[in-house]
Design a protein around this ligand. Structure first.
Ligand SMILES: CC(C)(COP(=O)(O)OP(=O)(O)OC[C@H]1O[C@@H](n2cnc3c(N)ncnc32)[C@H](O)[C@@H]1OP(=O)(O)O)[C@@H](O)C(=O)NCCC(=O)NCCS
Length: 181
């Protein structure tokens, strides 16, 4: 067991699992490093850096799906403590999930989510969650199909001065007893 220090100074004990490369069908899945950011923004758009959607380093993981060396899918997640009084519990947040239009419905998102869930479980993350706006129907259906609980909500978007509908999607990964240290 390795001892680790989270950003909130909570001591976390975890069993690190190497993020192994894997070939699933035609696609290769592997961890992506910060140095590869340009290739990702070229493929998926500069929103990735503009909105700081990519996360690297100790409490984060970015995984890509590749076809013949080209990125065709991406997921980026980070871990953070829940607010008090649960601030000794960590959760994992999906900041971006996108699959190239030409390669959808071939199980890429399923594999990307599986891989970050395994990583988050190993790090004793209680849950994995994300926010999805109402117009992203493919994403909503995907999260639902992959076992997330879907919580409909309306949020106030200050920049647009309007309400927007969407879903918080959350899936429990570890039980209470494994997560509270
Ligand atoms: C949502 C998205 C990531 C799904 O990727 P994908 O690789 O096509 O998904 P998968 O093939 O792994 O699908 C897994 C399951 O989700 C469900 N699903 C996925 N897309 C679906 C759709 N369009 N309609 C209905 N169900 C769908 C299915 O149950 C599917 O399993 P099946 O194909 O065996 O029936 C992809 O459509 C996408 O990138 N959309 C745009 C998202 C976006 O805007 N991201 C940027 C901001 S975060």
């Amino acid at each position: 067991m390795k001892k680790n220090q989270s950003s909130s100074n909570v001591l976390i004990y975890f069993t690190p699992t190497a993020m192994k490369d894997a070939n699933t069908g035609r696609f290769m899945f592997r961890k992506i490093e910060a140095a590869e950011t340009n290739a990702l923004t070229e493929k998926f758009g500069d929103y990735l850096t503009r909105f700081k959607c990519l996360h690297f380093g100790e409490s984060a993981l970015t995984v890509g799906a590749f076809l013949e060396g080209e990125p065709v899918g991406i997921i980026s997640v980070y871990m953070r403590p829940l607010p008090a009084p649960l601030d000794d519990v960590r959760e994992t947040v999906i900041d971006v999930l996108e699959v190239d239009k030409a390669h959808r419905r071939q199980g890429i998102a399923r594999e990307l989510i599986n891989r970050v869930e395994q990583w988050a479980k190993d790090y004793r993350s209680l849950q994995i969650r994300t926010w999805c706006s109402g117009e992203k129907t493919d994403m909503i259906k995907t999260l639902y199909a992959l076992g997330f609980c879907m919580c409909p909500v309306k949020i106030w978007v200050d920049s647009r001065k309007e309400e927007a509908g969407g879903f918080y999607a959350v899936k429990q990964l570890n039980s209470f007893t494994r997560t509270i240290l």
